[in-house]
Design a protein around this ligand. Sequence first.
Ligand code: DX5
Ligand code: ZN
Length: 221
Amino acid sequence: MKREIRITPSILNADFSQLDEEIKRIASASDLLHLDVMDNVFVPNFTFDFARSAEIIAACPIGVDAHLMVADADLIAPAYAEAGCASVTIHVEATNNISATAKAIRRAGARCGLGIKPGTSVEDYADYVDSIDMFLIMTVEPGFGGQKFMYDMMEKVRKTRIIIGDRPIWLQVDGGVSLQTISAAAEAGADTFVAGSAVFNADDPAGMIESLRALAHSVAQ
Ligand code: DX5
Ligand code: ZN
């Protein structure tokens, strides 16, 4: 049985001046909308504060996968779940209590993701595998769209796939995913793919999402 594939496009490279229209262009082809929340502390960039995020979440026609690149993840992650996110990802590098925050996110009705920056090993977090719903393996340094895919993260994806075993936990990759790079990630074991610039730089964003899904599905185990 082939692994189910999900495409969760990031709006980081969308036109923020007409975000509702941009989201409508891709919603029907997307599994979830990836919302990159940056506070200019955990990463050297700022995108949305909670108030603006809550507006986007409320108006979004599909589920939202919030990727919190914020320094105080324990503090605000539950609020993103309560605001209606389908999934909330905290970074292991930005939390003091993974178990407690994961519980709070799930209690508020959302799936919980654990984000791992390129320089962080995933083995150190294997013990949390039964407390979360997704691992997010960054394939760029978090903070900006349009960066180069880090192929040297594929070893970490393979390790993560082994840690997950036959649990129903998603394995998301995020950063530099495109028609040229998605096969390597799918072959390594990823099943959930964030794509920002590859989608919004395409003439037909929804069509690009379908092409990414088909390509990932063709190589997935
Ligand atoms: C980076 C973000 C990613 C990424 C997606 O910090 O988490 O979501 O920017 O954009 P692309 O696909 O352009 O790398
Ligand atoms: Zn992201």
